[in-house]
Design a protein around this ligand. Structure first.
Ligand SMILES: Nc1ncnc2c1ncn2[C@@H]1O[C@H](COP(=O)(O)OP(=O)(O)O)[C@@H](O)[C@H]1O
Ligand SMILES: [Mg+2]
Length: 257
């Protein structure tokens, strides 16, 4: 069996005493793609920030090859690629300048970072936009530039916060194939999504999160075998919502005079 790259034990984060992530456990081995499925507000981004070493857990731990990431956060970050949900950072830089900055911070030689950046920009249809400020990029273009930045230094672990949101269909297809290939080449991948169909297509393993708590987890095969159970735990929340009623009342409010 492949080596465990990332292991999360009893991971908990409270905001003002209320748990956003509550005693979550999972692990990812080399070659696995773990999908982290949950509705808005379930605690996905909070988990991601703790995995990326940007947010201190209230309790519990995140271990990389068996050691708590807080022991040597700088060394950990060098081996991890992270794509945040929203990138407000550095939007005054052009795509090319941003990749140059990331490559420099990661200590990559100039020729190597320029060659890798150019090739990935070309493949993700961003090469001709490389001298445009990121501020002028669409959401999908930002996602792609952040993905290139995350992959630039060949990370062992990739952490992606809703990587498919805002992507056009072609980029989404390329992204899917790329995640499969990266996993086949021994990378460990964690990504979260609110869309069951998305994780189904890409992941080898799945964790379902509801209001900060893990409600189902296992290999994709196991989960698919008990699909109705999963769908039930995942959709419980939406089923309680009377969407028709709400839409109707909004319509009458709009028409009121
Ligand atoms: N910085 C913060 N301060 C207080 N509450 C927060 C903060 N960040 C997130 N939350 C709350 O934690 C819960 C989980 O949020 P988040 O992890 O962003 O969920 P998701 O990414 O699944 O949509 C939500 O109820 C959210 O309002
Ligand atoms: Mg989020």
């Amino acid at each position: 069996m492949a080596e465990t790259v990332l292991e999360v034990r009893n991971l908990t984060k409270n905001y003002a005493g209320l748990p956003a992530v509550n005693a979550v456990n999972f692990s990812i081995r080399a070659g696995e793609v773990l999908g982290y499925l949950g509705h808005n507000g379930a605690g996905k981004s909070t988990t991601v920030k703790m995995l990326a070493g940007l947010l201190e857990p209230t309790s519990g731990e995140v271990c990389f090859h068996g050691a708590d990431i807080r022991k040597d956060l700088a060394a950990y970050k060098r081996r991890v690629g992270y794509v945040p949900e929203e990138s407000h950072l550095y939007s005054f830089l052009t795509g090319w300048e941003y990749l140059d900055l990331v490559g420099t911070l990661r200590g990559m030689p100039l020729a190597v970072r320029e060659d890798k950046s150019a090739r990935m920009l070309e493949e993700l249809s961003l090469f001709r936009h490389r001298h445009t400020a990121i501020a002028a990029y669409s959401k999908g273009m930002r996602q792609r530039i952040m993905l290139i930045a995350a992959l630039l230094d060949d990370p062992e672990l990739l952490i992606l916060d809703e990587p498919f949101s805002g992507l056009d269909v072609v980029s989404a297809l390329v992204m899917r194939r790329l995640l499969n290939l990266l996993a086949a080449n021994g990378k460990a991948i964690f990504f979260c999504s609110p869309v069951l169909e998305t994780v189904e297509k890409v992941c080898t393993h799945l964790v379902v999160l509801r209001q900060g708590e893990l409600v189902a987890s296992g290999s994709m095969q196991q989960i698919l075998a008990s699909r109705s159970e999963l769908a039930e735990s995942f959709f419980q929340l939406t089923e309680q919502v009377d969407a028709d009623g709400i839409a109707g009342r909004i319509l009458s409010a709009i028409a009121a005079r």
